[in-house]
Structure formats: C-alpha cells, structure tokens
Design a binder for this molecule. Structure first.
Ligand SMILES: [Zn+2]
Ligand SMILES: [Zn+2]
Length: 330
C-alpha cells in the first residue's frame, strides 16, 4: 500500500531497517520531514491521486522516493526508488560512504537494479568499481563515456565494471518500471547526459554539470513533478575565489557549470520553467564559489519575479555535499 499514511521506509522493496540509535533518530527525523511534507501539501491543496499504486480511502499513492545522497564536486549519487525498482544515478561516493548515507536516509539497499552514469568526471564515477563489487548490478552509460571511464579509472578496478548496457542521448529506455529519457547537456566531458525519469505518471528530472540551459534541455524539464537542477556558483564569488584563472574560465564557459544567475533567468521565465514541480532542488553547489543561502536567495528572488498566475507553489530545497537530502516523496 502506498498511501502516505501507510508508507514507511521499511516497506519499500529495496529497503531494510536496522535498529541502532542513530537509525532510530534518523527515522524520527524522516517521519517529521514526512509530516511536514504532507502538512504542506494539504495546506496547499495540491494533491493529485496517482492511478498506479493508489491506496484508496483517500490516500495518495507514491510513485517515487528520491534521495540525494551527495551532490557537488566531491561526489554525486542520487537514489530513485519506485514500488519495484531501485536505481542509483551516478556513483561518486565510495562503498562505505554510500552505505553510510543510505542508512542515514533509511534507504539501505539489498539490491540495486542499475547504476546510471551521467558522465565520466570523477565526482560521478569515483565509487563505481567499489559499488559494482558490492551490488553486481548493471551500469548504464554511453559508449564514449565508458571509454573515458576505462581511461580514468585504474585498469584493475575497471574489470569490476563487467555488466554494461550502452545508452545514448535522445534515447528512451526502461530500467524496471522507470522510463528513462537521456539527453545531451553542454559540459566538458565525452558524452554528458541529463535524465528524466517517469513512473506511474510522475516525472523526476535530474540535470547537473552543464554550462548553460539549451532549449532542448528546458523542453525535457517541462512537466516535471520533481526537478533537481544544478546551481553551481555565484559569479562574483567565483571571480574573487581561490580557483586559478583557467579553472574559473572553464567553470564559467558554455561547457562548464550553471551559475545561480543562469538558474535565476530560467526560474523567472514562465516560458522556460513551467513551475509544475512539487519540489525544486538546487544541486551541485560549489563549496568555494557558492553557499546554500546565496543560491536559495537567488532562486527565491527569481521565483518572486514570476507573474502571479504562473507562481511556483512547490518546495525549494538545497542538496548537500555532506548529508543526504530526502527521501522526497512524489
Ligand atoms: Zn560534477
Ligand atoms: Zn562534470
């Protein structure tokens, strides 16, 4: 049963609960967060009953549970769970840290249906060999990205990446009951991708590591119920920050990372951002050239510029490098 009132972490197919004090505290926190999300939704009257998994008796079905385990240039990993499928997007944390954060988020996995890789930068693949040894699952990535992964990682550890399925930009494919759409993003990697995920009529989009937002990417982000979008740096902080000039140029370039300003322009524009999302997560924040308050204020100011009839009524959240965000329920 997937009604909010019935759904508890331990009832998800891939989850298991452990009983120590830290987990109990985390569980309490999750339940508080859960209550806040539910209360907020009730207040806003934005309930939509989902067809699949609906629990009847007025309960709202949950299509996705999204947990951002880490987000930023030291490691990225996001867990997407549906009733049947557990999918990890990017593998930028080592095995121990991944497991620790899964436990913190009450999402300890007994099985994983796949690891989807956006591109070969170390903050997205650094933990891949360890995670492959732990879960023995399939890695979904493009052929050029696979080539770069083999070049970047030590030869011995590449042998652990032995179950590979090639994907490509412009393709739709399914992993379990999740339909994935992969699309190209402008970034200085071999074949970088952004993704949207659909299950039970609900759509989650995840786009980080891109220098600007092309129209095609904006198109893919439309109708998202949950949107995770890079807001990497504040331009002024970057300019006066510690990076060498060539790195600053790289970050600011059309194949670098999205600035708070670029995100603001997108969020303020009803033609670009449709404001359909129930949660909007600012992600991949730079540790040195941004901070959560600056990114949040910038986004809030942009959202405040929208016309009333196109107002954003969802939650604005900030993903962290250091602690998991979620589970966010859709
Ligand atoms: Zn990255
Ligand atoms: Zn990157």
């Amino acid at each position: 049963m997937w009604a909010y009132k019935a759904q508890l972490p331990g009832q998800w197919p891939c989850s298991r609960l452990t009983g120590n004090g830290a987990i109990a505290r985390a569980r309490l926190t999750r339940r508080l967060q859960f209550a806040i999300i539910l209360t907020t939704r009730l207040r806003r009257g934005r309930h939509k009953t989902r067809a699949a998994g609906a629990a009847g008796s007025g309960g709202e079905a949950i299509a996705f549970r999204v947990t951002i385990l880490a987000s930023g240039s030291s490691g990225n990993a996001t867990l997407l769970e549906t009733q049947r499928t557990c999918l990890l997007v990017d593998a930028g944390l080592g095995r121990k840290e991944t497991l620790r954060r899964l436990a913190d988020a009450e999402a300890g996995l007994e099985r994983l249906d796949g690891i989807l890789i956006s591109h070969e930068h170390t903050d997205h693949i650094g933990g891949l060999p360890q995670l492959m040894r732990h879960w023995r699952t399939t890695v979904y990535l493009t052929e050029p990205t696979h080539g770069e992964v083999q070049r970047v990682l030590p030869e011995g550890s590449c042998k652990r990446i032995n179950r590979v399925e090639y994907i490509r930009a412009g393709q739709r494919f399914t992993i379990g009951d999740i339909e994935v759409a992969a699309f190209a993003v402008p970034h200085d990697a071999a074949d970088p991708l952004g993704f949207t995920f659909c299950a039970n009529g609900t759509k989650v989009s995840l786009v980080t590591d891109l220098g600007y937002l092309p129209e095609l990417v904006k198109h893919h982000l439309r109708d998202s119920d949950g949107l995770i979008l890079e807001s990497n740096h504040d331009l002024e902080m970057l300019k006066v920050g510690p990076y060498p000039w060539h790195v600053k140029q790289r970050v600011m370039s059309r194949t670098g990372h999205l600035s708070n300003h670029s995100v603001s322009e997108f969020l303020a524009d009803p033609e670009g951002f449709d404001a359909a999302a129930r949660f909007l997560v600012l992600a991949h924040l730079s540790e040195y050239n941004n901070n959560p308050d600056v990114a949040r204020i910038s986004a809030e100011e942009a959202l405040g510029r929208r016309p009333a009839e196109a107002a954003f009524r969802g939650e604005l959240l900030i993903a962290s490098q250091h602690v998991p965000l979620g589970p966010l329920l859709l």
